[in-house]
Design a protein around this ligand. Structure first.
Ligand code: MG
Length: 382
Protein backbone atom coordinates (compact mmCIF):
# COMPACT_ATOMS: atom_id res chain seq x y z
CA UNK A 1 0.00 0.00 0.00
CA UNK A 2 1.18 3.50 -0.75
CA UNK A 3 1.16 5.92 2.13
CA UNK A 4 0.36 9.59 1.60
CA UNK A 5 3.96 10.78 1.19
CA UNK A 6 4.61 8.00 -1.29
CA UNK A 7 1.36 8.66 -3.14
CA UNK A 8 1.94 12.39 -3.45
CA UNK A 9 5.53 11.85 -4.54
CA UNK A 10 4.41 9.35 -7.18
CA UNK A 11 1.64 11.58 -8.54
CA UNK A 12 3.57 14.81 -8.35
CA UNK A 13 6.82 13.53 -9.90
CA UNK A 14 5.11 13.85 -13.29
CA UNK A 15 3.93 17.44 -12.77
CA UNK A 16 5.48 20.37 -14.64
CA UNK A 17 7.95 22.50 -12.68
CA UNK A 18 5.48 25.41 -12.29
CA UNK A 19 2.72 23.21 -10.81
CA UNK A 20 1.71 23.19 -7.14
CA UNK A 21 3.09 20.30 -5.11
CA UNK A 22 1.60 19.24 -1.79
CA UNK A 23 4.99 19.32 -0.06
CA UNK A 24 5.28 23.05 -0.89
CA UNK A 25 1.81 23.85 0.49
CA UNK A 26 1.51 26.80 2.79
CA UNK A 27 -0.66 24.56 4.90
CA UNK A 28 -3.90 24.96 6.83
CA UNK A 29 -4.75 27.80 9.20
CA UNK A 30 -5.02 25.30 12.04
CA UNK A 31 -2.27 22.69 11.58
CA UNK A 32 -3.55 19.11 11.35
CA UNK A 33 -1.99 15.70 10.86
CA UNK A 34 -2.63 14.67 7.27
CA UNK A 35 -4.37 11.31 6.70
CA UNK A 36 -2.31 8.22 5.87
CA UNK A 37 -3.57 7.40 2.36
CA UNK A 38 -5.09 10.63 0.98
CA UNK A 39 -3.18 13.56 -0.40
CA UNK A 40 -3.65 17.03 1.05
CA UNK A 41 -5.79 18.28 -1.83
CA UNK A 42 -7.80 15.07 -2.00
CA UNK A 43 -8.72 15.74 1.60
CA UNK A 44 -9.75 19.31 0.71
CA UNK A 45 -11.91 17.90 -2.10
CA UNK A 46 -13.57 15.43 0.27
CA UNK A 47 -14.31 18.16 2.82
CA UNK A 48 -15.93 20.26 0.12
CA UNK A 49 -18.07 17.42 -1.26
CA UNK A 50 -19.27 16.44 2.22
CA UNK A 51 -20.27 19.99 3.13
CA UNK A 52 -23.88 21.18 3.25
CA UNK A 53 -23.27 24.25 1.01
CA UNK A 54 -22.02 21.87 -1.69
CA UNK A 55 -25.22 19.80 -1.51
CA UNK A 56 -27.33 22.94 -1.71
CA UNK A 57 -25.77 23.84 -5.08
CA UNK A 58 -28.26 21.39 -6.60
CA UNK A 59 -31.15 23.69 -5.83
CA UNK A 60 -29.52 26.99 -6.74
CA UNK A 61 -30.11 28.72 -10.05
CA UNK A 62 -27.31 29.00 -12.57
CA UNK A 63 -29.26 31.05 -15.14
CA UNK A 64 -32.71 29.52 -15.29
CA UNK A 65 -34.84 29.62 -12.18
CA UNK A 66 -35.57 25.91 -11.84
CA UNK A 67 -38.71 26.28 -9.73
CA UNK A 68 -40.33 28.10 -12.65
CA UNK A 69 -38.55 26.87 -15.76
CA UNK A 70 -38.24 23.11 -15.25
CA UNK A 71 -35.55 20.60 -14.43
CA UNK A 72 -33.77 20.24 -17.77
CA UNK A 73 -31.39 23.13 -17.40
CA UNK A 74 -28.14 23.57 -15.55
CA UNK A 75 -28.14 24.33 -11.88
CA UNK A 76 -25.08 25.28 -9.84
CA UNK A 77 -24.25 21.68 -9.05
CA UNK A 78 -24.34 20.40 -12.63
CA UNK A 79 -22.43 23.52 -13.71
CA UNK A 80 -19.84 22.79 -11.01
CA UNK A 81 -19.48 19.19 -12.24
CA UNK A 82 -18.97 20.37 -15.83
CA UNK A 83 -16.34 22.87 -14.72
CA UNK A 84 -14.60 20.14 -12.73
CA UNK A 85 -14.34 17.67 -15.59
CA UNK A 86 -13.13 20.32 -18.04
CA UNK A 87 -10.58 21.61 -15.54
CA UNK A 88 -9.28 18.13 -14.67
CA UNK A 89 -8.87 17.22 -18.32
CA UNK A 90 -6.87 20.37 -19.04
CA UNK A 91 -4.86 20.02 -15.81
CA UNK A 92 -3.81 16.48 -16.67
CA UNK A 93 -2.81 17.49 -20.19
CA UNK A 94 -0.79 20.42 -18.86
CA UNK A 95 0.81 18.32 -16.09
CA UNK A 96 -0.70 20.54 -13.40
CA UNK A 97 -1.92 19.32 -10.00
CA UNK A 98 -5.19 17.57 -10.84
CA UNK A 99 -6.17 16.95 -7.21
CA UNK A 100 -5.85 20.64 -6.42
CA UNK A 101 -7.74 21.59 -9.58
CA UNK A 102 -10.55 19.23 -8.65
CA UNK A 103 -10.89 20.75 -5.18
CA UNK A 104 -10.77 24.29 -6.60
CA UNK A 105 -13.39 23.56 -9.24
CA UNK A 106 -15.79 21.83 -6.84
CA UNK A 107 -15.57 24.81 -4.48
CA UNK A 108 -15.61 27.63 -7.01
CA UNK A 109 -19.33 28.51 -6.79
CA UNK A 110 -19.98 27.68 -3.11
CA UNK A 111 -20.45 31.36 -2.28
CA UNK A 112 -23.35 31.98 -4.63
CA UNK A 113 -26.74 32.77 -3.14
CA UNK A 114 -30.12 31.64 -4.48
CA UNK A 115 -31.43 32.86 -7.84
CA UNK A 116 -28.15 33.31 -9.68
CA UNK A 117 -26.79 36.73 -10.43
CA UNK A 118 -30.02 38.47 -9.47
CA UNK A 119 -29.61 36.96 -6.00
CA UNK A 120 -26.06 38.29 -5.82
CA UNK A 121 -27.22 41.74 -6.94
CA UNK A 122 -30.04 41.80 -4.38
CA UNK A 123 -27.71 40.84 -1.53
CA UNK A 124 -25.07 43.32 -2.63
CA UNK A 125 -27.71 46.06 -2.68
CA UNK A 126 -29.14 45.39 0.77
CA UNK A 127 -25.61 45.03 2.18
CA UNK A 128 -24.31 48.22 0.52
CA UNK A 129 -23.85 49.98 3.90
CA UNK A 130 -22.55 46.87 5.66
CA UNK A 131 -19.65 45.72 3.50
CA UNK A 132 -21.54 44.49 0.44
CA UNK A 133 -21.84 40.97 -0.92
CA UNK A 134 -19.46 39.20 -3.25
CA UNK A 135 -19.65 35.48 -4.01
CA UNK A 136 -15.89 34.96 -3.82
CA UNK A 137 -15.64 36.52 -0.37
CA UNK A 138 -18.77 34.61 0.63
CA UNK A 139 -17.09 31.40 -0.55
CA UNK A 140 -14.19 32.16 1.77
CA UNK A 141 -16.57 32.92 4.64
CA UNK A 142 -18.24 29.54 4.12
CA UNK A 143 -15.04 27.50 4.05
CA UNK A 144 -13.32 29.55 6.78
CA UNK A 145 -16.14 30.31 9.23
CA UNK A 146 -19.70 29.39 8.45
CA UNK A 147 -19.63 25.66 7.85
CA UNK A 148 -19.36 24.03 11.28
CA UNK A 149 -18.34 20.37 11.22
CA UNK A 150 -15.26 20.06 13.40
CA UNK A 151 -14.71 20.59 17.13
CA UNK A 152 -11.25 22.17 16.79
CA UNK A 153 -11.82 24.86 14.18
CA UNK A 154 -14.57 26.71 12.35
CA UNK A 155 -15.03 26.11 8.62
CA UNK A 156 -13.33 23.38 6.64
CA UNK A 157 -9.75 24.44 7.40
CA UNK A 158 -8.76 24.01 3.74
CA UNK A 159 -5.22 24.35 2.47
CA UNK A 160 -3.96 27.80 1.50
CA UNK A 161 -3.82 26.89 -2.21
CA UNK A 162 -7.43 25.62 -2.23
CA UNK A 163 -8.60 28.81 -0.48
CA UNK A 164 -6.75 30.80 -3.15
CA UNK A 165 -9.50 29.87 -5.58
CA UNK A 166 -11.58 32.57 -3.88
CA UNK A 167 -8.79 35.17 -3.98
CA UNK A 168 -9.51 36.35 -7.53
CA UNK A 169 -10.42 40.00 -7.82
CA UNK A 170 -9.61 40.77 -4.18
CA UNK A 171 -7.73 44.04 -3.66
CA UNK A 172 -4.60 44.27 -1.49
CA UNK A 173 -6.48 45.06 1.73
CA UNK A 174 -8.97 42.22 1.17
CA UNK A 175 -6.13 39.80 0.41
CA UNK A 176 -4.41 40.75 3.65
CA UNK A 177 -7.66 40.46 5.63
CA UNK A 178 -8.19 36.93 4.36
CA UNK A 179 -4.63 35.82 4.99
CA UNK A 180 -3.27 35.90 1.42
CA UNK A 181 0.20 37.24 0.63
CA UNK A 182 -0.02 40.64 -1.05
CA UNK A 183 1.22 41.24 -4.58
CA UNK A 184 1.26 37.62 -5.70
CA UNK A 185 -0.42 35.92 -8.62
CA UNK A 186 -2.35 32.74 -7.88
CA UNK A 187 -0.98 29.37 -9.04
CA UNK A 188 -1.63 28.05 -12.56
CA UNK A 189 -4.22 25.66 -11.14
CA UNK A 190 -6.34 28.59 -9.90
CA UNK A 191 -6.02 30.41 -13.22
CA UNK A 192 -6.99 27.24 -15.09
CA UNK A 193 -10.21 26.68 -13.13
CA UNK A 194 -11.28 30.21 -13.93
CA UNK A 195 -11.04 29.48 -17.65
CA UNK A 196 -12.68 26.08 -17.27
CA UNK A 197 -15.56 27.92 -15.58
CA UNK A 198 -16.00 30.19 -18.59
CA UNK A 199 -15.75 27.31 -21.10
CA UNK A 200 -18.48 25.49 -19.16
CA UNK A 201 -20.90 28.42 -18.89
CA UNK A 202 -20.36 29.70 -22.43
CA UNK A 203 -21.17 26.31 -23.89
CA UNK A 204 -23.92 25.17 -21.53
CA UNK A 205 -25.64 28.54 -21.57
CA UNK A 206 -25.92 28.57 -25.35
CA UNK A 207 -27.30 25.03 -25.23
CA UNK A 208 -29.84 25.94 -22.54
CA UNK A 209 -30.74 29.10 -24.47
CA UNK A 210 -31.46 27.11 -27.64
CA UNK A 211 -33.21 24.16 -26.01
CA UNK A 212 -35.46 26.46 -23.95
CA UNK A 213 -36.38 28.47 -27.03
CA UNK A 214 -35.18 31.72 -25.46
CA UNK A 215 -32.81 32.00 -28.44
CA UNK A 216 -33.36 30.73 -31.98
CA UNK A 217 -30.70 29.08 -34.07
CA UNK A 218 -30.42 31.94 -36.59
CA UNK A 219 -29.51 34.24 -33.70
CA UNK A 220 -26.93 31.76 -32.41
CA UNK A 221 -25.46 31.58 -35.91
CA UNK A 222 -24.78 35.29 -35.90
CA UNK A 223 -21.89 34.47 -33.55
CA UNK A 224 -18.72 33.39 -35.35
CA UNK A 225 -17.79 30.87 -32.68
CA UNK A 226 -21.13 29.07 -32.95
CA UNK A 227 -21.48 29.36 -36.74
CA UNK A 228 -18.01 28.04 -37.57
CA UNK A 229 -18.39 25.15 -35.17
CA UNK A 230 -21.89 24.30 -36.36
CA UNK A 231 -20.81 24.38 -40.03
CA UNK A 232 -18.01 21.97 -39.23
CA UNK A 233 -20.45 19.64 -37.50
CA UNK A 234 -23.03 19.78 -40.34
CA UNK A 235 -20.37 18.68 -42.82
CA UNK A 236 -19.69 15.55 -40.80
CA UNK A 237 -22.99 13.70 -40.71
CA UNK A 238 -26.17 13.93 -42.79
CA UNK A 239 -28.38 13.60 -39.72
CA UNK A 240 -27.17 16.97 -38.43
CA UNK A 241 -29.01 18.69 -41.30
CA UNK A 242 -32.38 17.40 -40.09
CA UNK A 243 -32.09 16.76 -36.36
CA UNK A 244 -31.54 20.07 -34.63
CA UNK A 245 -31.18 18.58 -31.14
CA UNK A 246 -28.37 16.29 -32.26
CA UNK A 247 -26.84 19.18 -34.21
CA UNK A 248 -26.83 21.48 -31.18
CA UNK A 249 -25.40 18.82 -28.92
CA UNK A 250 -22.65 17.99 -31.39
CA UNK A 251 -21.90 21.70 -31.79
CA UNK A 252 -21.66 22.20 -28.03
CA UNK A 253 -19.34 19.21 -27.71
CA UNK A 254 -17.18 20.49 -30.54
CA UNK A 255 -17.05 23.96 -29.03
CA UNK A 256 -15.85 22.58 -25.70
CA UNK A 257 -13.20 20.53 -27.46
CA UNK A 258 -12.07 23.52 -29.50
CA UNK A 259 -11.83 25.81 -26.48
CA UNK A 260 -10.10 23.24 -24.27
CA UNK A 261 -7.59 22.29 -26.98
CA UNK A 262 -6.79 25.94 -27.61
CA UNK A 263 -6.46 26.68 -23.90
CA UNK A 264 -4.00 23.82 -23.41
CA UNK A 265 -1.88 24.70 -26.47
CA UNK A 266 -1.80 28.43 -25.77
CA UNK A 267 -1.01 27.96 -22.07
CA UNK A 268 1.82 25.58 -22.93
CA UNK A 269 3.16 28.18 -25.37
CA UNK A 270 3.00 31.02 -22.82
CA UNK A 271 4.67 29.00 -20.08
CA UNK A 272 7.56 28.19 -22.43
CA UNK A 273 7.81 31.75 -23.77
CA UNK A 274 7.89 33.20 -20.25
CA UNK A 275 10.37 30.62 -18.99
CA UNK A 276 8.07 29.52 -16.17
CA UNK A 277 9.96 26.73 -14.45
CA UNK A 278 8.89 27.11 -10.83
CA UNK A 279 5.86 27.95 -8.70
CA UNK A 280 7.80 30.98 -7.41
CA UNK A 281 7.97 32.33 -10.97
CA UNK A 282 4.23 31.79 -11.41
CA UNK A 283 3.52 33.71 -8.22
CA UNK A 284 5.89 36.52 -9.22
CA UNK A 285 4.53 36.86 -12.77
CA UNK A 286 2.04 39.60 -13.65
CA UNK A 287 1.32 38.03 -17.02
CA UNK A 288 -1.80 36.00 -17.67
CA UNK A 289 -0.13 32.63 -17.97
CA UNK A 290 -3.23 30.53 -18.65
CA UNK A 291 -5.38 31.65 -21.53
CA UNK A 292 -6.71 31.33 -25.06
CA UNK A 293 -4.93 32.20 -28.30
CA UNK A 294 -5.61 35.78 -29.44
CA UNK A 295 -7.76 34.61 -32.35
CA UNK A 296 -10.05 32.28 -30.41
CA UNK A 297 -9.94 34.54 -27.35
CA UNK A 298 -11.43 37.34 -29.42
CA UNK A 299 -14.22 35.14 -30.76
CA UNK A 300 -14.93 33.85 -27.27
CA UNK A 301 -15.16 37.38 -25.86
CA UNK A 302 -17.54 38.39 -28.66
CA UNK A 303 -19.60 35.28 -27.95
CA UNK A 304 -19.86 36.26 -24.27
CA UNK A 305 -20.91 39.83 -25.09
CA UNK A 306 -23.54 38.43 -27.37
CA UNK A 307 -24.87 36.00 -24.74
CA UNK A 308 -25.01 38.87 -22.30
CA UNK A 309 -27.20 40.93 -24.61
CA UNK A 310 -29.32 38.16 -26.08
CA UNK A 311 -29.67 35.65 -23.30
CA UNK A 312 -28.90 36.91 -19.80
CA UNK A 313 -30.76 40.15 -20.49
CA UNK A 314 -33.45 38.50 -22.52
CA UNK A 315 -36.89 39.43 -21.23
CA UNK A 316 -37.97 35.90 -20.46
CA UNK A 317 -34.94 35.30 -18.29
CA UNK A 318 -35.10 38.78 -16.82
CA UNK A 319 -38.73 38.69 -15.73
CA UNK A 320 -37.98 35.89 -13.34
CA UNK A 321 -34.67 37.25 -12.16
CA UNK A 322 -36.13 40.72 -11.50
CA UNK A 323 -38.98 39.15 -9.55
CA UNK A 324 -36.58 37.22 -7.31
CA UNK A 325 -34.25 40.15 -6.92
CA UNK A 326 -37.19 42.06 -5.41
CA UNK A 327 -38.33 39.13 -3.27
CA UNK A 328 -34.88 38.57 -1.76
CA UNK A 329 -34.82 42.24 -0.77
CA UNK A 330 -38.21 41.75 0.89
CA UNK A 331 -37.04 38.60 2.64
CA UNK A 332 -33.95 40.38 3.97
CA UNK A 333 -36.16 43.19 5.28
CA UNK A 334 -38.49 40.66 6.94
CA UNK A 335 -35.63 39.14 8.96
CA UNK A 336 -34.34 42.57 9.82
CA UNK A 337 -37.76 43.66 11.08
CA UNK A 338 -38.04 40.52 13.20
CA UNK A 339 -34.68 38.79 13.84
CA UNK A 340 -36.45 36.09 15.90
CA UNK A 341 -37.28 34.55 12.52
CA UNK A 342 -33.61 33.60 12.15
CA UNK A 343 -32.58 30.12 13.26
CA UNK A 344 -30.88 29.59 16.62
CA UNK A 345 -27.27 29.35 15.41
CA UNK A 346 -27.54 32.84 13.93
CA UNK A 347 -28.75 34.27 17.24
CA UNK A 348 -25.61 32.85 18.82
CA UNK A 349 -23.48 34.51 16.13
CA UNK A 350 -25.19 37.86 16.64
CA UNK A 351 -24.62 37.57 20.39
CA UNK A 352 -20.96 36.86 19.64
CA UNK A 353 -20.70 40.17 17.77
CA UNK A 354 -21.61 39.40 14.15
CA UNK A 355 -23.66 42.39 12.91
CA UNK A 356 -27.35 41.58 12.36
CA UNK A 357 -27.21 42.48 8.65
CA UNK A 358 -24.23 40.20 8.04
CA UNK A 359 -25.89 37.33 9.87
CA UNK A 360 -29.05 37.75 7.76
CA UNK A 361 -26.98 37.99 4.59
CA UNK A 362 -25.08 34.78 5.45
CA UNK A 363 -28.35 33.00 6.14
CA UNK A 364 -30.11 34.18 2.98
CA UNK A 365 -27.01 33.57 0.82
CA UNK A 366 -26.94 29.97 2.02
CA UNK A 367 -30.54 29.32 0.95
CA UNK A 368 -31.54 27.24 -2.02
CA UNK A 369 -34.04 28.77 -4.45
CA UNK A 370 -36.91 26.69 -3.15
CA UNK A 371 -36.13 27.33 0.51
CA UNK A 372 -35.93 31.07 -0.14
CA UNK A 373 -39.27 30.79 -1.92
CA UNK A 374 -40.84 29.02 1.07
CA UNK A 375 -39.44 31.61 3.48
CA UNK A 376 -40.70 34.43 1.27
CA UNK A 377 -44.15 32.85 1.17
CA UNK A 378 -44.18 32.50 4.97
CA UNK A 379 -42.99 36.01 5.79
CA UNK A 380 -43.79 38.18 2.80
CA UNK A 381 -46.41 36.34 0.72
CA UNK A 382 -49.76 38.02 0.60
MG1 MG B 1 -19.03 28.97 -12.08
Amino acid sequence: MRDRANLEEHLEAALRPGAVRARDSRGRKVPEDEPPYRGRYQRDRDRIIHSAPFRRLEYKTQVFVSVMEGDHYRNRLTHTLEVTQIARTAARALALNEDLVEALALAHDLGHGPFGHSGENALDEVMADYGGFNHNIQGLRIVDELEIRYPDFPGLNLSYETREGFSKNLDGAQRARHGFAAGESPPLEVQLVDHADSIAYDTHDIEDALVSGVMDEATARSMALWKETEDEVRAEHAVFATDHRLRWRATVRRMIRRLVSDLIAETERRLKAQGIDSLAKVRASDAELVGFSPELGKKKAAFEDFLEQNFYYNMKVRQHTALWQERLRELFAAYRADPSRLPENHHARIKAGVPLERAICDYVAGMTDRFAERQWNDFCGK
